[in-house]
Design a protein around this ligand. Structure first.
Ligand code: SF4
Length: 324
């Protein structure tokens, strides 16, 4: 598979407080040195507890936040190049958890979906544009008559379909999906996920799929990345990470997934609360909650190692492989 997007050692910091001269006094590191590649036609799932930096990572890679350190490559070219960036902005779109807040309530569905078509000059006539809107609505399983209605007239699931139709209008190659199903009922979640998988097959789309429901991420993703406190802890094929997690944090997350099999109990327990990212622990950021933490964990930051083919883990006590 071809590299579509390569995020290279991305760090994102926010200044939360300045001194009287306006110099940064308190800095929050929301994303710490994360490298991740999204291939053509691939879904990469990103999981972790709320506040772990998943959304910030996605928004930074997309360019909604200015990157503090690191580079993003689109088809092998750095998006710092203005022309590459223009292409990247068009071909990588984003959908959000709450489509209502990202859909202008005063615009009809037709106007909402037409906006990107107009911005990129993709239709020569109004008739062509209306036809395109109608086709896009059909693609997301909505009736063409929906075009004349307003966002508040639809359910959450229907609004998410409108958001997806709008993202599809510019024929993207990749869609970053920031908790796109979290606010929906389970039955609607399944419908939206199935539709996204169909669209992926039909259009050869790639997805960066952010969610906290591990089962849904496993169902949806070819590869899964696990984040904790701004760090990527584990990355590998979906089945490997879900069925044979190697990082202690991933093992705890997986053990917490409700299962029908009562025999499935892992002897791993998480302790304490997630620390504030403003006061991230030294060494391995997970050491304050890890049942295996020792002095090395408290002192040294573990680097990502490929411990099995295509299975990367950042832990001092998971051995093997080469550094990232
Ligand atoms: Fe736990 Fe140490 Fe591994 Fe961190 S490096 S996950 S503290 S064993």
């Amino acid at each position: 598979m071809m590299d579509l997007i390569r995020a290279n050692h991305i760090t994102k910091q926010f200044v939360v407080d300045t001194d009287w001269l306006g110099r940064p006094k308190t800095i929050l590191t929301a994303v710490h040195d994360i490298s991740l590649t999204i291939h053509t036609g691939e879904t990469v799932g990103l999981v972790g507890e709320s506040g772990c930096g998943k959304s910030t990572f996605a928004r930074t890679v997309l360019g909604l936040y200015k990157v503090t350190q690191g580079d993003v490559f689109y088809k092998g070219k750095n998006i710092k190049d203005k022309q590459v960036q223009q292409q990247y902005r068009r071909h990588v779109q984003m959908i959000f958890q709450d489509p209502y807040s990202s859909l202008n309530p005063r615009m009809t569905v037709e106007d909402i979906i037409s906006e990107p078509l107009r911005n990129y000059g993709l239709c020569r006539t109004d008739e062509e544009r209306r036809k395109k809107v109608s086709d896009l609505l059909e693609e997301v399983d909505m009736r063409p008559e929906a075009a004349q209605r307003y966002p508040h007239e639809f359910s959450g699931g229907q609004r998410q379909r409108v958001g997806i139709a709008r993202a599809l209008a510019v024929s993207p190659e990749c869609i970053f999906c920031d908790e796109p199903i979290s606010a929906l009922d389970v039955s609607v979640q399944v419908q939206i996920v199935n539709m996204m998988q169909r669209l992926q097959k039909e259009r050869g789309l790639s997805y960066l799929f952010i969610a906290h429901d591990l089962t849904m991420v496993h169902h949806m993703s070819h590869r899964i990345g696990v984040m904790y406190l701004g760090h990527l802890m584990e990355l590998g094929f979906g089945d490997d990470v879900y069925h044979q997690p190697l990082h202690p944090y991933t093992q705890i997350l997986i053990a917490a997934v409700p299962r029908p099999d009562p025999q499935y109990i892992r002897n791993v327990f998480v302790q304490g609360e997630v620390p504030s990212p403003l006061h991230a622990p030294s060494g391995c950021v997970f050491h304050t909650r890890c049942p295996y933490a020792d002095e090395q964990c408290r002192q040294c930051v573990p680097v990502m190692k490929e411990v099995e083919p295509a299975h990367w883990v950042a832990c001092h006590h998971v051995k093997g492989g080469s550094n990232v």
